[in-house]
Design a protein around this ligand. Structure first.
Ligand SMILES: Nc1ncnc2c1ncn2[C@@H]1O[C@H](COP(=O)(O)OP(=O)(O)OP(=O)(O)O)[C@@H](O)[C@H]1O
Ligand SMILES: [Mg+2]
Length: 405
């Protein structure tokens, strides 16, 4: 299971840097920029390791550490203090406050990773605290070019995951200014992100998030974009991180439909994703922007293993060839979606997506197989107790393909 690390640092650059190094090493990373916020969120995050900066505006790292150590739940939580402060006196004070290890910035990424690994390993033998870890797989779909089919694919993939596994899943519309997922699913907009944007992100509870969800008859839940654009503006990166973290503990799959602008909320969502699907169309502008996106993701330290490309044919003629696109981007395309204009326009205009109405249409088959491939390994390993029609369809197709080989 992926270990989860909570990094608390008021310096954004330093936070990004340590996050990138930890993610590269395969950890799940959550962040806070204030000591008080860290104390508020730690119960819900339940990290395997806490990394604390020393000097923060509201509380020092020592104070955060002392507060945690006075709670029996956190007696054994490994704490690494990461700070620019380098005197012996400061170090001694840190150990007295209860930190387990101390690393001075700037650090060597390798040393950082080794210390983190050793702290987590040491704790693995410590008495277990009753924790229930995240159960969720988070899949984000994005494109920096609009209108390439991100929402269509996010909706159909989310529906497919629900239909295959018959487990609750949530689609989060993160095109916060004008996202259309609720309309595309014919759901009256009774609740939305607007309900959560009004709240202090650190204090949001899962029950409040659940009240903001719209229920689709399929079993899919939707956190819709607000009706008014100005309500979308109130939703911050902290809201997004908090809401995703809470939902991750309750729902097996989260599908994120991202805005085509890279805003702080978009970055927060990308940071929380286990798998990122970049959607593009076979035309030059889309390929260009995908190249820029891949470069940015490399810079953010996202592993290429967790990034897949989807080539969506939103037009019928003059398409660039798949092989040319792959060699230009130096990244394989995982899924090619054919042109299916009539089918998809009809789906949008009726509010009944293809996966609800016609999962056996060739478009539906492609999406269903891809949704299965994206599913959690622990699900794919075992046959569900009562297999769904969708599960039977997919596994039958897999077997047929295998027997052909
Ligand atoms: N494979 C396809 N074949 C034909 N049309 C498609 C295909 N995929 C998507 N479309 C059409 O492209 C249009 C845009 O789709 P969609 O709203 O899903 O894109 P988007 O990337 O979410 O857009 P936005 O940037 O506005 O959020 C819709 O009319 C949809 O039906
Ligand atoms: Mg969209």
């Amino acid at each position: 299971m992926t270990n989860r690390i909570f990094v608390v640092d008021d310096d954004v650059v330093s936070l990004k840097l340590s996050t990138a190094v930890l993610k590269q090493a395969g950890y799940e990373v959550l962040t806070a920029q204030r000591g008080y916020e860290a104390l508020q969120r730690i119960d819900q995050i339940r990290p395997d390791l806490l990394i604390l900066d020393l000097n923060m505006p509201d509380m020092t790292g020592y104070e955060v550490c002392q507060k945690l150590r006075s709670n029996p739940r956190y007696t054994h939580l490994p704490i690494l203090m990461l700070t620019g402060a380098n005197t012996l006196e400061e170090k001694v004070k840190g150990f007295e406050a209860g930190v387990d290890d101390y690393l001075v910035k700037p650090f060597q990424p390798v040393e950082f990773q080794v210390r983190v690994k050793s702290l987590i390993r040491r704790n693995a033998t410590a008495p277990a605290v009753a924790v229930s870890k995240s159960v969720s797989k988070v899949v984000a779909l994005c494109s920096l070019r609009g209108g390439v089919g991100v929402s269509t694919l996010a909706i159909d993939l989310a529906l497919s995951l629900v239909q295959i596994w018959q487990l609750p899943a949530v689609l989060l519309d993160l095109a916060l200014m004008g996202g259309q997922d609720a309309v595309m699913l014919n759901l009256p907009l009774r609740n939305s992100w607007a309900d959560l944007g009004k709240l202090d992100p650190a204090e949001i509870e899962i029950e409040q998030v659940q009240r903001a969800l719209l229920a689709h008859p399929s079993g899919l839940y939707v956190l819709a974009a607000p009706h008014l654009l100005e309500q979308g503006e109130k939703v911050t990166a902290e809201h997004v991180s908090r809401v995703i973290a809470l939902l991750k503990e309750r729902y097996h799959y989260l599908v994120l439909d991202l805005s085509h602008n890279i805003q702080e909320t978009t970055l927060a969502a990308l940071d929380a994703a286990d798998q990122i699907l970049i959607v593009m169309t076979p035309e030059l502008a889309s390929v260009y922007v995908t190249a820029r996106t891949l470069a940015m993701f490399d810079g953010l330290g996202y592993s290429r293993n967790n990034i897949s490309l989807i080539l969506n044919s939103t037009f019928q003629h003059h398409a660039l060839a798949r092989s040319d696109i792959e060699s230009a981007l130096k990244h394989p395309i995982s899924l090619v979606v054919p042109f299916a204009s009539d089918l998809l326009i009809n789906a949008i205009n009726t509010g009944v997506p293809v996966m609800t109405k016609a999962p056996e249409h060739p478009f539906g088959v492609l999406i269903e197989d891809f949704a299965y491939a994206l599913s959690k390994d622990e699900h794919k390993l075992l046959q569900p107790p009562t297999p769904s029609p969708a599960w039977k369809r997919v596994t039958q197709r897999y077997q047929q393909q295998r027997s052909k080989k």
